[in-house]
Design a protein around this ligand. Structure first.
Ligand SMILES: [Zn+2]
Length: 165
């Protein structure tokens, strides 16, 4: 594995240059397992959440302010507390799994690409049990609406007639 000395991102050996920052320097081989490497970026509570999860799992970690010129355009101006979270290379895989586990990984263009699912509708995000409940509720609602249409008209007509009697 290789890494970028500037932004600390990890790359496969066949990569020559960092694709994340504008560093012209070639990637360096990762020989020391204690080298801090880039895990993910986050700010505010999300960063605290990730770092707490890492610490809880015995992974040393640090967060550094993202340099202005390596900050993605989309992030600029969004938050000044945006930081890169770094972990020792030896703990990288474990740290990555933890981030996946807590749903905190938003890596782009890294050697580990998460299967980006197309934005699902809320219904799809629900656990199966809840989905069933929604189906049942929809069915009940449908019956109620159907009943209102069938019987409601008579009832309303009866009520109106009653008013004028
Ligand atoms: Zn870089």
């Amino acid at each position: 594995m290789k890494y970028c000395k500037k932004c600390k991102r990890v790359y496969q050996d066949e990569m020559e240059y960092c694709t994340s920052c504008r560093s012209r320097k070639p990637l360096l081989p990762l020989t020391d397992s204690s080298t801090p490497v880039y895990l993910t970026s986050a700010d505010g509570f999300e960063r605290e959440r990730i770092q707490t999860a890492l610490t809880d799992n015995g992974i040393p970690n640090d967060s550094v302010i993202v340099e202005e010129d390596i900050m993605p355009a989309s992030v600029k101006g969004y938050s000044s507390s945006w930081r890169d979270i770094l972990v020792p290379y030896s703990a990288y895989d474990k740290a990555y799994d933890i981030c996946v586990g807590i749903g905190a990984v938003k890596l782009e263009g890294e050697e580990k690409i998460i299967d980006e699912e197309p934005p699902a509708e809320e219904f799809e995000d629900m656990p199966p049990a809840k989905r069933t409940t929604v189906k049942i509720l929809s069915a009940i609602l449908f019956i109620i609406v159907a009943a209102l249409i069938i019987f409601g008209t008579d009832a309303i007509t009866g009520f109106i007639k009653g008013l004028f009697h």
